[in-house]
Ligand binder design. Structure first.
Ligand code: SF4
Ligand code: SF4
Length: 92
C-alpha cells in the first residue's frame, strides 16, 4: 500500500471511530468526580475535548492530578476501553 492510500485509510478509520462516539465523556472522567480539566460540555450535554488535536500526552484533572491522555481507539483494540464505550463495537 502506498503512503497516500495508507494516510487516506487512517483518516477514514479515524472518522469512522469518531462517528460512533457517544460523547459521554466517560473516558475523560465525566462520571468519576475528577474529570480532565480540558473536558467541556455543549448545550445538549454532550462532551468534547477543548484541545482535541493536541490532547495526547500528560494532562491534569480538575483537582490537579496528572495523567496521560491516550488514544481510546488503541485502548479498545487491546480490550482496555471502558465496558460501555462505543469504540468496543466499532470495526478496527
Ligand atoms: S485531553 Fe484527553 S482526557 Fe482530557 S478532555 Fe481531552 S481527550 Fe479527554
Ligand atoms: S467513553 Fe467511548 S463513547 Fe464515551 S466519549 Fe469516550 S470514546 Fe466516546
Amino acid at each position: 500500500m502506498d503512503s497516500v492510500k495508507y494516510d487516506t485509510l487512517q483518516e477514514e478509520n479515524l472518522l469512522r471511530f469518531e462517528s460512533v462516539c457517544m460523547r459521554c465523556g466517560r473516558c475523560c472522567g465525566s462520571k468519576d468526580g475528577d474529570p480532565c480539566a480540558k473536558l467541556r460540555t455543549n448545550s445538549d450535554r454532550r462532551y468534547y475535548c477543548e484541545i482535541y488535536r493536541d490532547r495526547l500526552g500528560p494532562q491534569k484533572t480538575v483537582s490537579g492530578r496528572v495523567f496521560n491522555c491516550v488514544p481510546i481507539r488503541e485502548m479498545a483494540k487491546y480490550g482496555y476501553a471502558r465496558p460501555d464505550c462505543a469504540y468496543n463495537n466499532a470495526r478496527q
